[in-house]
Design a protein around this ligand. Structure first.
Ligand SMILES: Nc1ncnc2c1ncn2[C@@H]1O[C@H](COP(=O)(O)OP(=O)(O)OP(=O)(O)O)[C@@H](O)[C@H]1O
Ligand SMILES: [Mg+2]
Length: 247
């Protein structure tokens, strides 16, 4: 599914300046686009606009040419906080969204097992949430997001609360899952390394909303090696751009 932002601006009524100013961006079906930028520059706002949870002050957002007017089954959001229900075990959390969406019990079971296998949690399906690690919780949330079968996945810093080793492992897994499932992914991160590792393109949002976002093509083969000279160069280039913008 293609996603197009046309001159999207967002000004909250209680703030003097626009948070986002005339953002335009085209995301191709199956593309992995990462968004980086300083804290407060409007990354989550942009994601919430695409999710349909907020309405832009001006401009429009199109999915396959159709204007977004609210949340829809074609998009699923995954937040930093996994949002799992502590009173449900792993598999029931994974099934929860499908249950609300009215998916039949057999189909719920089938899809839940399929995606639990994909995120390597099949053996933990009956565990209560408080007995699994932070990384496993994010994987549970990822499996739940994937079961919704929407072609666009919107991810807002899903791994940022995890330790470096766990988040590195999860980004590898996410890359593999993206390749297997061919979803279109918009991924927000404050880690430039994560963005260069995962993205086909990286959108660098400035803290100064008057400045147009800079879009960097990451033409590196996958899987990428964070210590390769090309990787280091791209990471350095993006870091330079947001230097002084407090990330
Ligand atoms: N619902 C809201 N009402 C008013 N202002 C808001 C609202 N949501 C966000 N803002 C403001 O918009 C700006 C951008 O916030 P946003 O959460 O999008 O930033 P961010 O880039 O995601 O930051 P972080 O990296 O810290 O998550 C901030 O100044 C914030 O105070
Ligand atoms: Mg945010």
């Amino acid at each position: 599914m293609s996603l197009e932002l046309k001159n999207v601006s967002m000004q909250f009524s209680n703030s003097e300046n626009a948070t986002l100013n005339e953002i335009s961006l085209c995301v191709e079906p199956g593309e992995f686009v990462c968004i980086v930028g300083a804290s407060g520059c409007g990354k989550s706002t942009l994601l919430n606009l695409i999710a349909g949870l907020l309405k832009p002050t001006s401009g429009e957002i199109l999915l396959d040419g159709k204007k977004i007017t609210g949340p829809g089954a074609d998009r699923t959001v995954m937040f930093q906080d996994h949002g799992l229900y502590p009173w449900l075990n792993v598999i029931d959390n994974v099934k929860f969204g499908m249950k609300l969406a009215g998916v039949s019990k057999e189909e719920q079971e089938e899809r839940a097992l399929h995606y639990l296998k994909m995120v390597n949690l099949l053996e933990y399906r009956d565990y209560p949430i408080h007995q699994i690690s932070g990384g496993m919780r994010q994987r549970t949330a990822l499996a739940r997001a994937l079961t919704m079968d929407s072609s666009v996945l919107l991810m807002d810093e899903p791994f940022s609360a995890l330790d470096k080793q766990t988040s590195n492992k999860l980004r590898e897994e996410l890359q593999r899952i993206w390749m297997e499932t061919k979803r279109t992914i918009l991924f927000i991160t404050h880690s430039v390394e994560e963005a260069v590792y995962l993205g086909d393109r990286v959108v660098v949002l400035s803290a100064d909303s008057q400045k147009k976002p800079h879009i960097v093509e990451i033409g590196l083969e996958r899987p990428r090696h964070v210590y390769s000279p090309e990787f280091v160069e791209l990471r350095h280039q993006i870091l330079e751009e947001i230097r002084g913008e407090e990330i």
